[in-house]
Structure formats: C-alpha cells, structure tokens
Design a protein around this ligand. Structure first.
Ligand code: PAF
Length: 282
C-alpha cells in the first residue's frame, strides 16, 4: 500500500491509471476505522483494480462548536487496517493542501440539506458536498462507496452527482452494527460504558416504530411521539435532536406513512451525537 499526501500527485497518478484502463474505487473517510469503514473497503475492493481510501477530517463540515479538534484519530492503526483490507492507496492530505487560505468555491445541494442533520448543522452538508467533489476530482474514481448510516449524506451525494453529471457510480452500503445493535461509528468512543449499554435502544426504538407501521399506524406525529417517549425512558439523560420520517430519496418530510419511508434519528447521548435510521417498506 502506498500513502500519498499530495492531491496533485494523486490526481496525476489516477489520470494515468484511468488512461491505462484501470477501474478506480474510492472510499472517502475521516479515519479512525471501525468495521463499518472496513466493510465499505471490502465492498469496493471487489469491484475495482485500484482501491483508494481517503482519510481526511474535513474542517468545512464541522460547525463552530462541534468536535473537529476532538475527532478521534490513529493513523498507524488505520494504515495497518487499510493494508489488511487490500487498499492500494491511502490518501492522507493535510488541511492546507486540501483548502487554500482563500478557498471560496462551494458545492451546495440545498433541498436535500434542509431537513434532518442539515437543520441543526447548517454548514455540514455544504462542507461534505464540497470535499466529496474535491475528492472525486482528485481520485477520479469510477465507483465510490458510502455507508447508509449517513443516509442523508448518501442521498445528497447521489443527487449532486446526478445534477452535476459527475461520472461516478455512487453506492450505498448497509449499516454495520455491533452485536448489541448499536450502529458502528467513530464517535462511539465518546460513550461511557453506561451510555454504551443503553445506546442500542436507538435501533430498538426504530424497530418498534416499524412494527407500529406494520400494525397499520400511518400518522407520523403519533409514531414520532411514541419513539420520543421510548428514548426518554430507555436512554436516560439523552437529548433528541430529531426524529423524522422522510422520503428516502429526496429527504422530504412525509405527512403520512403509506409509502416507502425512512425513519431517521439523531440523539445526543453524553458527549456523542448518534445517528441511526431504518427503512420502512409499507
Ligand atoms: O462520512 C464521512 O466520513 C464524511 O462525511 C466524508 C464523506 C468522508 C466527507 O468528509
């Protein structure tokens, strides 16, 4: 495995690889790998000749009071894991190499950023769309794989690629969970043992909601209120950022659950802001 820090060097190499007919796969990450990241690498590995993983904690997608400086990192461990999972190139640019001091060009997908995480994190998706565009331009991938835990992010990137005619096949990969049901996340390290023992109720609540829908409940207000009650009882001290039921493709809020729906939640548990979701097929 080769490690490249310089975006220009990576772009030159990738343009050459493409002209040699190689199929490039990209897995964009912010590092501190867990099984979720590794499953994305494995999925991409099967479909490409050259697998690139980017590891960049993108400052522009963090708001002022968010955890940019505290974001966990362990480059040595990540390099070892990437190599074990067949990664050919680990791209680890410095902040200054990704963003010029006077950077002023942004990619925005406002309709898909309006709800869910976009509401409480107003700059987040502009930062994501911009850095993913930069990564696509740099690594020139044919395919790129993202996790479905960040469903809104995946939907937004798919829309961006469609709207801007970016020739990348964007794929979503199912959520990887711990045995307890807690979705894998780099931010799970912020949880205390006690918080970790109740955090799986995030997914339990989503499944209860799915059962309610299967039982005929179609009113989002009732479903959301019941889920909020369940979280208040089963995750002591948690604070719900949102519980929403949306159209899985355009992230519009549904007025009735009578079609395919995504229930998405964000809940602050101690220092960790946890997100999770469940697709409900009616
Ligand atoms: O999902 C993430 O880890 C990040 O949002 C991404 C896609 C790597 C962009 O920084």
């Amino acid at each position: 495995m080769e490690t490249i820090n310089n975006p220009q060097e990576l772009q030159n190499l990738c343009l050459m690889l493409r002209s040699d007919g190689k199929k490039i796969g990209l897995v964009p990450t912010m590092g501190y790998f867990h099984e979720g990241h590794l499953s994305l690498m494995d999925a991409a590995r099967k479909q490409c000749d050259v697998l690139i993983v980017s590891l960049f904690v993108n400052p522009t997608q963090f708001g002022e009071n968010e955890d940019l400086d505290a974001y966990p990192h362990d480059l040595e461990r990540d390099s070892r894991l990437a190599e074990e999972h067949g990664v050919d190139i680990l791209f680890t640019p410095a902040r200054d190499d990704m963003y010029f001091e006077d950077h002023c060009t942004w990619v925005e997908v406002p309709d898909l950023a309006a709800n869910l995480c976009g509401k409480s994190r107003p700059v987040h998706f502009r930062g994501v769309a911009t850095v993913v565009t930069k990564l696509f331009m740099t690594a020139q991938p044919h395919i790129a794989v993202f996790g479905q835990k960040d469903w809104q992010q995946l939907a937004l990137i798919k829309r961006m690629v469609r709207d801007l005619n970016i020739p990348v096949n964007v794929q979503g990969h199912e959520i990887v969970r711990e045995e307890s049901g807690l979705a894998m996340s780099s931010r799970n390290v912020y949880l205390t043992a006690e918080e970790k023992s109740v955090a799986p109720n995030l997914q339990k609540g989503l499944k209860k909601m799915r059962d309610q829908v299967a039982g005929g409940e179609t009113d989002p207000a009732k479903l959301k209120a019941d889920l909020a009650d369940f979280y208040a009882e089963s995750i002591p001290g948690c604070s719900v950022d949102y519980i929403e039921i949306v159209d899985p493709e355009n992230i519009n809020i549904l007025k009735k659950v009578d079609e395919s729906a995504l229930c998405a939640v964000a809940v602050q548990v101690g220092k960790a802001r946890l997100i999770d979701n469940l697709l409900i097929k009616v």
